[in-house]
Design a protein around this ligand. Sequence first.
Ligand SMILES: [Zn+2]
Length: 104
Amino acid sequence: MMTCPVCGFDESRLAKSLRFGCSACYTTFTAHIATFLPRLHRGVIHTGKQPPALTVAELERRIDRLVAKVQELAPGSPEATGLCQLQSSCHAAFDGNQRQNHPA
Ligand SMILES: [Zn+2]
């Protein structure tokens, strides 16, 4: 089990909370993050080259997938709740944006 030498945060807490204990965790868990991030944020966070600009619809799909995944991994957690709120905000913003750019 990998543990942050600075704050004592460990892999299981990281996987559960999807948060770091301190700034040193970022470097401590880099290798570990690489193993679970693609699974968790599949297609959402890219560790390599930036993808071409996403369409609004694609962004919405990715946010939906991310929210579903976080709710599956950490149901009822503050992260899941926060993401749901973010999801609602994004959908609202995207809706307004789409109407502006592509009037029906
Ligand atoms: Zn730490």
